[in-house]
Design a binder for this molecule. Structure first.
Ligand code: 13P
Length: 336
């Protein structure tokens, strides 16, 4: 088990965090189409390998989550993508769920699928170089949601996934994401996130998952995106820490937040404040998709041959997130 704990610490320790580059082909197509770039396997690889070969990968990014297509691709340098990532001392990871589908008997909610054949797929991914995996459970917040059914079924799936991932010698990232969409206030987000996380750990313990060899990937505590409520960074940090302190068992080595629709700046600033205030033993780091890639993608889309310029944009964002994971970020250093 100390092997899995070492991998977890390599991914999120020492001011490093995770680059979530595991958008499914459908999601990546939307992101590329938004910036008027054709979504084909070659363009998806070109953008991603541009990020993976950036200079700040080495000091700022401890793990990269890949999608099935990408982990099997070969970069322009002739290296397989996992090898390109390992060259920066970064750990390659893989998204293994197959997406969130309508939950029967509660059709507004979702259940994440992908357990069938998972043991075999994990073997294949391990042989391709992956050392950690991700599974995302997704929950909506409103007066009656998430329902007990959604909380129970998603926690059960997350625990079965996590046990299989550890059996295959990899670290499971446990991601219960309560969506920001909605007009709920931060108190609702706090209460419902706490309940969901506690349910997840009940199931992880039942399934005998070794918590030292896992990473939690939660949302921060925020008001809903359609709510009029405004809370400052300090309150976000305090409520997020309170929620995690009360619901996450102390054996868990660390937490890597998702950005979940926050802007790059907000996600960085909030993470920084969490680290300034953090008195728990949990490492508090990042596992950002949009909040690490948005500016780089925008820049790249203007000239997809400008690799160096795109890497400069990404390097800056990675550095800012790394500073935030140490509580050393400021508005001044984030000015470009
Ligand atoms: P965002 O940071 O864009 O929310 O993505 C993180 C992620 O991997 C969601 O599963």
């Amino acid at each position: 088990m100390s092997e899995l704990n070492n991998i977890a610490l390599k991914i999120i320790g020492n001011g490093k965090g995770i680059l979530a580059a595991d958008e499914s082909t459908g999601t990546m197509t939307k992101r590329l189409n938004n910036v008027k770039i054709e979504s084909n396997a070659q363009n998806r690889l070109l953008f991603r390998e541009t990020l993976f070969s950036s200079a700040n990968m080495k000091d700022c990014i401890g793990g990269v989550i890949l999608y099935d297509e990408t982990i099997k691709q070969t970069s322009a340098s002739g290296k397989k993508v996992p090898e390109l990532i390992s060259n920066s001392s970064t750990v390659p990871g893989i998204k293994v769920d197959t997406g969130a589908k309508t939950l029967s008997n509660s059709p507004e909610e979702k259940i994440t699928e992908g357990l069938d054949g998972l043991r075999e797929r994990l073997k294949e991914y391990y042989n391709l170089g992956a050392r950690f995996a991700k599974w995302r459970g997704v929950y909506i917040i409103s007066e009656k949601y998430p329902s007990k059914l959604s909380m129970h079924s998603n926690a059960h799936a997350l625990a079965r996934y996590a046990a299989l991932v550890q059996e295959s010698g990899m670290v499971p990232i446990v991601e219960p994401e309560l969506l920001m969409e909605g007009n709920h206030n931060y108190e609702d987000c706090y209460k419902k996130t706490s309940e969901v996380i506690k349910k997840c750990y009940d199931q992880l313990e039942l399934h005998k998952v070794e918590l030292k060899g896992t990473i939690l990937k939660p949302n921060m505590i925020l008001p809903g995106s359609d709510s009029d409520e405004k809370i400052d960074t300090l309150k976000i940090a305090e409520m997020t820490i309170k929620c995690l302190e009360e619901s996450v068992p102390s054996e868990v080595p660390g937490i890597a937040f998702l950005s979940g629709g926050q802007t790059e700046k907000e996600a960085t600033k909030n993470l920084n404040e969490i680290n300034v205030k953090n008195k728990t033993n949990f490492i508090m780091s990042f596992s950002y998709g949009r909040a690490l890639q948005q500016s780089a993608l925008k820049f790249w889309s203007k000239d997809i041959k400008n690799i160096q310029g795109t890497q400069e944009v990404f390097n800056h964002r990675a550095k800012m997130c790394s500073l935030a994971s140490r509580g050393e970020w400021s508005e001044e250093v984030d000015k470009i």
